[in-house]
Design a protein around this ligand. Structure first.
Ligand code: 5FX
Length: 542
């Protein structure tokens, strides 16, 4: 008689986030409740790598920013030991996935695949992978040293708009295509000895898989190399980044859908930590796509992250007809074969709100909110645009711009109240205009999900709600990239054909904090039109 296999009644999911400053792990149950957490902070826990904020800045050129992949490997060793010490049944973990800081690239030396396939469970990973990398310092997303390679790539494919049409984004210094291009042109020997190029996400996935893991469609969209329609490497982009004899396509391997199960966990983890040999490894993705998955947004919802910089995230059923190049279009990590996510980043977020709070409100949020609330919606027709840093979208240099209701330029507003409202309305009008250009359409069902530091300020959120004419919600639990990995595991392991929403549902619990005022639509529809014209004039003069 065949022995009956015990049914696993308590499946657990293990999600990672290999982010800029730390490696975090979270274990959830099937209900996606967090049971255990462990983390490693690169600066504090791995001081031998001398990182600051998890990265190394080149002493002679501050545009060059990197991190050592062997540091990330060592962090994995430590986090796995911490997980072991939590003393839960590791063999009940049914799936592993994760997220990585976007755009960073890892260069595996010839022979590294064999190393991954034959890891000795008696030894640490970092001892065995010490010579696995042909480039010892991986460029990360904070690197901005590749302007000439961006220009070259855009020119080769026919200009920035053309590149955006193919890949979903114009060329950006941090995007992996230009980073690979720089290595190809300046470190040819290292490039030639590279067997495989991974993103940070697929690099971490490869270790759990014990073999090279494919780059997933969603994180792969942040490279300026992937055709976002066909989800294949674009021959022209590959050639523009390197040459037609660079063998880049083979070094990148085949891209994979973000929701794919790539195999079972490497024997190394079975023997060393007691994982079940049946534990599945689901493709890892980028940190932004993974946090996006953790928000489980509906098709008409918008997420607005109000942090040091502000970011707007949208789900798109199809590619926008116009506006490609305004921000970034990635394959949607929840349904990467057919849908898209849009991401628009604005550098001047909390940084600028804090500066105006200092200058107009004596550094006090209480005073700031009182000033904001003592002016009417529409601010008597006054409009402001404030940039402490060179902005990404729109492309303008730093400086403040103030206009009265006739559209004439002013040096100063008449009061601090007007200044504070002009800042907040101006920021959100800009978020709205640029989100609309990339395909954002609000409807009666739309919700705005606010996250990030400033999402705790309900007076600011009221303006957000009015400008977008939609209710604003905040999430009860934080929507993190590691949690998003657990959501993605559950979806990937569910019955074939089930949608992410069916499997994860509205697991993410939202709390409504404001509704738009009745007169908001008319006021801000008009103001958005005026804002757009004024913003254009600034871009032209910049
Ligand atoms: C997105 O395009 C970025 O460059 C950053 O948000 C990184 O993903 C941070 F890890």
């Amino acid at each position: 008689m065949m022995e009956e296999k015990p049914v696993n009644t308590n499946p657990l999911y293990l999600g990672f986030d290999l982010s800029t400053q730390s490696l975090k792990a979270v274990v959830t149950n099937e209900a996606l409740e967090v049971l255990y957490e462990a983390s490693v902070n690169f600066d504090k826990d791995l001081p031998e790598f001398r990182t600051n904020g998890g990265v190394n800045k080149d002493e002679r050129n501050s545009k060059i920013v990197s991190a050592q992949p062997i540091m990330w490997v060592k962090a994995l060793d430590i986090v796995m030991e911490k997980i072991r010490l939590l003393e839960f049944p590791i063999d009940t973990i049914v799936g592993i996935s994760g997220a990585g800081q976007q755009h960073g690239s890892v260069y595996w030396r010839r022979g590294a695949q064999k190393m991954l396939q034959t890891l000795d469970s008696g030894k640490f990973l970092h001892d065995q992978l010490a010579f696995a990398f042909s480039v010892t310092h991986s460029p990360v997303w904070m690197d901005s040293s590749t302007t000439e390679y961006c220009d070259k790539l855009e020119k080769f494919v026919g200009g920035p708009e053309e590149l955006a049409k193919i890949t979903g984004s114009k060329a950006y210094e941090r995007f992996t295509g230009s980073q690979i291009s720089k290595i190809f042109h300046t470190k040819r020997e290292a490039y030639n000895s590279t067997e495989r190029i991974s993103l940070v996400s697929s690099f971490a996935c490869s270790i759990f898989l014990g073999d090279y893991a494919g780059i997933d469609y969603s994180d792969g969209s942040g490279m300026n190399l992937l055709d976002i329609r066909t989800k294949t490497w674009d021959a022209k982009c590959l050639e523009g980044a390197t040459s037609n004899e660079s063998n880049l396509e083979a070094k990148l391997g085949m891209p994979v859908p973000s929701e794919s199960v790539l195999g079972t966990v490497s024997n190394y983890f079975v023997e060393r930590y007691g994982f079940s040999p049946d534990c599945k490894v689901v493709a890892f993705t980028g940190d932004n796509p993974s946090s996006f998955a953790a928000m489980a947004l509906g098709p008409t919802d918008i997420a607005v992250s109000l942090g040091t910089s502000d970011t707007v995230f949208l789900s798109l059923d199809s590619l926008p007809e116009e506006g490609l190049g305004e921000g970034h279009i990635f394959a949607n990590p929840m349904s990467s074969r057919e849908h898209y996510m849009a991401m628009v980043c604005f550098k001047n977020g909390s940084l600028t709100r804090e500066r105006v709070r200092r200058d107009a409100a004596d550094r006090s949020w209480k005073i700031f909110n009182e000033l904001l609330n003592s002016t009417p919606r529409g601010n008597f027709g006054n409009i402001g645009m404030y940039y402490d840093l060179w902005e990404i979208i729109p492309k303008v240099r730093n400086g403040d711009h103030r206009f009265n209701k006739e559209g004439s330029k002013l040096n100063k507003f008449t009061s601090k109240e007007v200044e504070v409202r002009a800042l907040i309305e101006g920021q959100f009008l800009s978020r709205r205009i640029h989100a609309e250009r990339i395909g954002c359409k609000t409807s009666k069902e739309s919700k705005i999900l606010a996250t990030g530091g400033a999402s705790g300020n309900e007076d600011i959120l009221q303006v957000l709600s009015d400008v977008f004419n939609a209710p604003v919600y905040v999430q009860d639990t934080s929507s993190s990239a590691d949690l998003g990995a657990c959501y993605r595991i559950k979806h990937a392991l569910a019955e074939e054909g089930s949608s992410f929403m069916e499997v994860v549902g509205n697991k993410a619990s939202f709390k409504k904090v404001c509704d738009p005022n009745r007169d908001a639509k008319e006021i801000y529809d008009n103001m958005a039109k005026r804002f757009e014209v004024l913003e254009k004039s600034i871009v032209q003069g910049s």
